[in-house]
Design a protein around this ligand. Structure first.
Ligand code: RIB
Ligand code: CA
Length: 312
């Protein structure tokens, strides 16, 4: 079976790190490229963290490029309270000698799509600034994009504002461009990702792998647990981003419905909200495939298997 070619655009970030390890460890994906965006931390830190995780996974042949260091409009507000000063607090991770491509992430994505033998799936696990910039500045790439699968938004409440999820709130205009692109788009929101909790049993299973990657995942989730307990009162931390990757590997892990989705751009208290019309009655608004269900056990089996394979 031919592996599914993907580009991952991310802002590592504890859960982005698990998403990268899943992509690196599952043979059903061909990780064609990794791009970074400002979000959880500054662009410099998310890029360094992506290098760290690719180094941990033993990935040396995948191009990595840094992208936008701020949202399309407004200023960047990082999530230091959640991911720490480094953006990947918890484990000690060397920065490998791996090189960051000397081109902007948008240019790397454009080149990889143009050179690909078949359309690529773009998996975005951070603010959609890079992806929106690609679609805005290089409309010729559209035919080379199979689907955009992004972690972001929610059919219910938010996590950064009452109705806004971090990736969308950070860059609402970018999310609006992606959702209005006319390309196949899948939204994996908090309503689903909050079901994937890194419990003490999960952390113990990471430790039980007896590998450096397993230990790093345990340390990442231990730190993440502390911030989610302190900031959100969660007993265990949800791992948002790897669910977007898991859905590309095994679509049945996530159940979706195709419904209208709008991004609120002007609301005083609701800017960055994803307005998901589950009854499909809203007109004049593009439809997206929206995640509404998760096979939690299948997800954890998939992620644990991939982490076990990583770095071997
Ligand atoms: O709201 C959760 C999302 O915001 C995740 O992608 C997390 O890494 C942060 O980027
Ligand atoms: Ca992220």
């Amino acid at each position: 079976m031919r592996a599914h070619p993907v580009i991952i655009d991310c802002d590592p970030g504890h859960d982005d790190a698990l998403a990268l390890l899943l992509a690196a460890g599952d043979p059903r994906l061909h990780l064609v490229g990794v791009t970074t965006v400002a979000g959880n931390q500054t662009l410099e830190k998310t890029t360094t963290n992506a290098l760290r995780i690719l180094g941990l996974a033993g990935v040396t042949d995948v191009p990595l490029a840094a992208g936008c260091d701020r949202p399309l409009t407004g200023e960047l507000t990082v999530a230091e309270d959640i991911h720490g000063v480094s953006g990947l607090d918890g484990p000690e991770l060397d920065v490998p000698a791996g090189a960051v491509a000397g081109v902007h992430a948008v240019e790397l994505m454009r080149r990889l799509i143009a050179d690909a033998a078949e359309p690529l799936t773009l998996i975005a696990t951070g603010p959609l600034t890079n992806v929106a910039s690609l679609l805005r500045d290089h409309p010729e790439v559209r035919a080379g994009i199979r689907r955009i699968v992004f972690m972001g938004g929610s059919t219910e409440r938010g996590n950064t504002t009452p109705y806004g999820e971090f990736n969308i709130v950070t860059d609402p205009e970018a999310a609006d461009i992606v959702l209005r692109s006319g390309l196949p788009v899948t939204m994996i929101g908090l309503n689903v990702t909050h079901q994937a909790l890194a419990t003490t049993e999960v952390i113990a299973e990471f430790r039980g792998l007896g590998t450096r990657a397993g230990d790093v995942c345990a340390e990442l989730m231990t730190f993440f647990a502390g911030t989610y307990r302190r900031v959100f009162g969660f007993e265990h931390p949800p791992v948002h981003d790897p669910i977007a990757v898991a859905h590309v590997i095994e679509p049945s892990i996530v159940r979706t419905v195709t419904v209208p989705v709008a991004v609120e751009l002007a609301g005083t208290y609701t800017r960055g909200a994803t307005v998901v019309d589950l009854h499909g009655r809203t007109t004049g608004v593009p439809h997206a495939d929206v995640a509404v269900g998760l096979d939690v056990d299948a997800f954890w089996r998939l992620l644990m298997t991939a982490v076990r394979h990583v770095g071997r």
